[in-house]
Structures are given as structure tokens and as C-alpha cells.
Design a protein around this ligand. Structure first.
Ligand SMILES: Cc1ncc(COP(=O)(O)O)c(C=O)c1O
Length: 442
């Protein structure tokens, strides 16, 4: 029997699941499982703080922070009010040759309150992390041309990386799972496994830039970089004339325990890309932020072609920018980053306990980003039997137990909204342990 939950839209959960199976194709989703009639498609009806509520009214911890975008929780009154107010003024105009108050104010606050002290001066808005990265790569290439180095056409990137799905962003993405069928298309890349290989790069004079996700490789299932990685890359770029690009689409806005990941080594880039949490988790928005040195030759450009001819219809979306302004208010007013020390410690403690249990291969954590790698079931791999691999089965069980988790391979990701309390953190980790044991016993 269906419990009546107000889903809006005058639809019942069973109808919605049926229409979903019939009409939709979801991103990064294993279709064999999704389309099978036994699979209960997770339908989200509502969000509140660190929780999501499904179509049956079940409360779930948002264990993936809504694909790493949510920071202050669902329905934060300040963010909701700001979004509503902007929506009533206008939702979207254009950032191509026009401007608007929330865009201007968000850029100003990002620079004046957070990034100016690290040498950043200009904000270029796009509408997704991938496009923010794409903009950064194109800026780097064009900057090299405008600076008299058209021969600098290659990028240095790490094999353990994910930087997005557009062809350009994908070409600097190293993880094989995200490059299926594409191979190496887009920009030419020199691949490194770790920063120790920087000195082995041949033809450094043809490098336009180096791209790195600071502190932790998120989509590699939360693999931390060795301390000193940023400084090492910065030094190499300075010595060889490449621009240093930081992808903080995931690590930005408190995720690693500091407002931005690069602050751990006090080592800023020439181009910084922000996304996901930038809008407060309410709408698509990213920012490619540059120093004066990067901006200068574009500002001096005489021909239209020398300008940066790039941008999409929804770039600098006004409602998303309004969400971003309110998001920065909440960071300041609620002292979110310093208050995070407690939940981070609770995460470390509960992961350490979980790591002692059978069936757990490894736990990894940096700040408020973590993963629990479970022991692989013999004979099942993501390549041969994705639906049966332990990580997938554990996340499905987590759902039943009250945690909306997502796995990458056999790693269950623990990325909670920053507003999650210590109790919520402990409960999320406890559920992963219980789910893994239940699957192990079944
Ligand atoms: C580090 C990093 N860069 C870029 C992206 C791409 O962002 P988007 O999915 O908004 O295009 C992601 C998405 O997960 C990411 O984690």
C-alpha cells in the first residue's frame, strides 16, 4: 500500500517510477539495474537540512550532498529567500554583453572577501563545472598565444583525475572509467601518475598549463594527494612557463576543512575553477577565476578574435548567483568552516572504528570528504558485472537503512552537506558498516 506523500504535480510514486522507466535516460546510471522492474527507483520528494525524503516519506541522510553540491542543507531559509526574491525580479537575462546585480555582487564578494588576498582579480561565470574547466583550458591556450607562445599547446594532467565531461574537460580527465570510447581526444596531454614525475616531462617548452584538483582526487573515490603536491606543481609551472590551473569544483567551499583546498599549502593557482557549491547548491553555476597577469593580455586585445569568445546561454544565471550570495552570507554568519572541526573529527573517529571491521578494505579522508572501500566480492568487477559489485550493493542497502549514498567502484562515498551534525556523521558511517555486513551475510 502506498503511504500518501505530497509529491506535488498530482502524481503517485508508482506512476512516476513507471514513467521514469518509460521516458527517461539518467546520467551516469547503470541502465540494466534501473530499467529492471524489481529496482525501486529512488524518487526524491523533499529536502530539509542534511536530509532528503523519498516518495514514500522515508527520511534519508543526504550522503552524497546531492552530487557534492549541497553545503548548508536543503531549504536553508536565507538561501530560499534570496532565490525567491531574485526569481520574482527576473530569473535569467544574459551575461553575454549584459550584466546584472547578483552576478556583479557575487564576483565582487568572491574577490574582496575570499580570493583577492591570493592574487585573484577576475571572475568568469559559466553554468557547470565542466564548462568552468573548459573555459580555464581555453584561457590558458589563448593566454599563451597572446603572450607570444603559440607553441604551448599541451597540458600536464594526472591519471587519477576527473575534470568533467565536455570533450575539452574530458581530455584532461585521466580516470579510464570516465573516458570510455573517447580515448584521448581534445587537447594533447602529458600524463603523470604522481607529482614525483614532473621532472621527467620532456618538451616542457610546449606546455600551456598544468591542471590539478587540490588536496584530494574526489572522483578517484577520494584519494588524497601527498602533502606538498601543490607547492611542487606551482614551482614546476613557474620554472617552465605553464599556467597552473586548480580544479576546486569539488574541493572548494569548505569541503576539505578550509574554504579552498589550495589554502592547505597557501599555494594559489593562476586560474581557479569553482562550481557545485558556488550557488549554495540551488542552481548550475561555476566560476573560472584568474589573476591580473592572466587577464591582462585579454583586456589589451584589439581584434575581436583576441578576446575570449566563449560562453553559454545560461552563463552567470541570475538566480544561481543570488543563491551564491546567500551561500557566502551563511558561511560568514554561521562560521561554517571553523564549526566544521567537530563533524570532521567525528568522521575521522567513526571511520577509524569502521576500518577495524571485517569486509572493509580501506577508509580515506581529507577534511569533510571521505570514502569507505569495501572488500570486493570475488569474481565481480565493475567491468563484468556492475550491478553485483559490492560497492553498488552496499549503497542500495544504505538506501533501505536511511542513507542516500553513492559509490564509485567498491568505494562508498561519504560527502555530507557541511551542515551535517556530529550525530548525523556517525549515523551515516554506522549505516555503511551495517549495510556492508548485511550484504556480506546475505
Ligand atoms: C573535480 C571536478 N571537476 C569538474 C567536475 C565537473 O562538474 P560538472 O558535473 O558540474 O560539469 C566535477 C564533477 O563531479 C568534479 O568533481
Amino acid at each position: 500500500m502506498e503511504i500518501p506523500v505530497d509529491l506535488g504535480y498530482g502524481a503517485r510514486p508508482s506512476e512516476l517510477r513507471q514513467w521514469d522507466r518509460e521516458f527517461l535516460w539518467h546520467p551516469f546510471t547503470y541502465l540494466q539495474e534501473w530499467l529492471s522492474p524489481e529496482f525501486e527507483i529512488p524518487v526524491i520528494a523533499r529536502g530539509e537540512g542534511a536530509y532528503l525524503f523519498d516518495a514514500e516519506g522515508r527520511r534519508l541522510i543526504d550522503g552524497n550532498a546531492s552530487i557534492w553540491c549541497n553545503v548548508h542543507g536543503h531549504g536553508h531559509p536565507k538561501i530560499v529567500a534570496a532565490v525567491r526574491e531574485q526569481l520574482e525580479r527576473f530569473a535569467h537575462s544574459s551575461f553575454l554583453g549584459f550584466s546584472h546585480p547578483p552576478g556583479i555582487l557575487l564576483a565582487r564578494r568572491l574577490i574582496e572577501e575570499h580570493l583577492g588576498k591570493w592574487g585573484f582579480r577576475r571572475v568568469f561565470f559559466s553554468e557547470s563545472g565542466s564548462n568552468g574547466i573548459e573555459a580555464a583550458l581555453r584561457m590558458a591556450l589563448q593566454w599563451q598565444i597572446l603572450s607570444g607562445h603559440p607553441e604551448r599547446r599541451r597540458f600536464v594532467a594526472f591519471r587519477r583525475s576527473y575534470h568533467g565531461d565536455s570533450l575539452g574537460a574530458n581530455s584532461v580527465t585521466g580516470l579510464a572509467a570516465f573516458k570510455a570510447f573517447l580515448g584521448q581526444s581534445g587537447y594533447p596531454v602529458v600524463w603523470l601518475d604522481d607529482p614525483g614525475q614532473l621532472e621527467e616531462i620532456e618538451g616542457a617548452e610546449s606546455i600551456a598549463g598544468l591542471i590539478l584538483e587540490p588536496v584530494i582526487a574526489g572522483a578517484a573515490a577520494m584519494v588524497p594527494w601527498p602533502d606538498g603536491t601543490l607547492t611542487r606543481c606551482r614551482e614546476w609551472c613557474d620554472r617552465h612557463g605553464g599556467l597552473f590551473v586548480h580544479d576546486e569544483v569539488f574541493t572548494g567551499f569548505g569541503r576539505t576543512g578550509k574554504m579552498f583546498g589550495f589554502e592547505h599549502e597557501a599555494c594559489p593557482a593562476d586560474i581557479l575553477v569553482l562550481g557545485k557549491a558556488l550557488s549554495g547548491g540551488v542552481g548550475p553555476l561555476s566560476a573560472t577565476v584568474v589573476t591580473d597577469r592572466v587577464f591582462a593580455p585579454f583586456a589589451r586585445a584589439e581584434s575581436i578574435e583576441q578576446n575570449f569568445l566563449y560562453g553559454h546561454s545560461y552563463a552567470g544565471h541570475a538566480v544561481a548567483c543570488a543563491g551564491g550570495l546567500a551561500c557566502l552570507d551563511v558561511f560568514a554568519e554561521e562560521q561554517v568552516v571553523s564549526r566544521l572541526a567537530g563533524p570532521i573529527a567525528a568522521l575521522t573517529e567513526s571511520l577509524a572504528e569502521l576500518a577495524q571491521r571485517p569486509g572493509i578494505k580501506e577508509v580515506r579522508q581529507r577534511g569533510f570528504a571521505a570514502a569507505v572501500e569495501v572488500v570486493e566480492e570475488p569474481g565481480t568487477t565493475a567491468q563484468t558485472n556492475y550491478g553485483r559489485i559490492q560497492g553498488r550493493r552496499v549503497t542500495r542497502e544504505c538506501w533501505r537503512l536511511g542513507l542516500a549514498a553513492r559509490s564509485i567502484g567498491n568505494s562508498v562515498i561519504v560527502v555530507l552537506p557541511l551542515c551535517a551534525t556530529e550525530d548525523v556523521v556517525r549515523e551515516a558511517v554506522r549505516i555503511i558498516g551495517e549495510a556492508n555486513e548485511r550484504i556480506g551475510d546475505s
